[in-house]
Design a binder for this molecule. Structure first.
Ligand code: PEP
Length: 251
């Protein structure tokens, strides 16, 4: 099956209006293959500006988080409805920084995935093990434990509308990228884990690799059979580097 290739940019709490301008003016002119989508996730205040500057059908807007609640007295939260109004088509859910710094639980993350799907927003569900967990050979146990609560909440069939980003925590923002072989092996495990519950769904899910991807490493990572693109942090803030990464996506 040919899967959707996705190059997603996570700006985290970085960027400004000048970056919105320079990134959009650079990537708007790229001709992407039909099955490639670029998803840029700036901070909330820049969503509207970004939306107004996209002039390429392959470029989509994403949010870095989404509330599990629909509306009401939840100061500081942003609902799926609000994101819909801002033309947001994707939302990163369960990023390791949300899990560790903001103590988001697997149950809360499952609720966020459900809220996104209920409103037509594609969740980019992040999973990944810590360095200690990899060293003690717990990677597969950890990834299964992060995936299963979401499967229990939404059902495996709903994964046809979910994107998964495998992001080893030890590789995020550290400059230590997983080797293409190691990343492929873990992506293969994730697909096999999903396949045990529904082979067809597993075959169609886009699995992104994230963790210090840059212009020098993206091509080989994206060439792996079970890697369908990337979630890019630091390198997505550098216009020329992000442009190069986009151009290495397999079409
Ligand atoms: C991320 O924040 O999702 C990420 C992968 O960051 P970086 O590329 O900087 O490691």
């Amino acid at each position: 099956m040919s899967r959707q290739t996705i190059i997603a940019a996570n700006w985290k709490m970085n960027g400004n209006l000048a970056l919105v301008e320079s990134i959009t003016s650079t990537i708007n002119s790229i001709e992407f293959a039909d099955n490639v989508k670029v998803v840029v996730c700036p901070s909330y205040p820049y969503l509207a500006a970004f939306a107004s500057k996209i002039s390429n059908d392959s470029i989509n807007l994403g949010a870095q988080n989404i509330s599990e609640y629909a509306k009401g007295a939840y100061t500081g939260e942003i609902s799926a409805d609000m994101l819909n109004e801002m033309s947001v088509g994707y939302a990163i859910v369960g990023h390791s920084e949300r899990r560790s710094i903001f103590r988001e639980t697997s149950t809360q993350i499952a609720h966020k995935v459900k809220a996104a799907l209920a409103n037509g927003i594609t969740p980019i569900l992040c999973i990944g093990e810590s360095e200690a967990e990899r060293m003690t050979e717990q990677t597969e146990t950890v990834l299964s434990a992060q995936l299963q609560p979401v499967i229990d909440e939404i059902g495996i069939e709903s994964f046809k509308n979910v994107v998964i980003a495998y992001e080893p925590v030890w590789a995020i923002g550290t400059g230590k990228t997983a080797s293409p072989e190691m990343a492929q092996e873990t992506h293969k495990f994730i697909r096999r884990f999903l396949a045990e519950q529904n082979a067809e769904i597993a075959d169609g899910v886009s699995l992104l690799y994230g963790g210090s991807v840059n212009a020098a490493t993206s091509e080989e990572l994206f060439a792996q059979p079970d890697i369908d693109g990337g979630l890019i942090g630091g390198a997505s803030l550098k216009v020329d580097e992000f442009k190069t990464i986009c151009s290495t996506s397999k079409g």
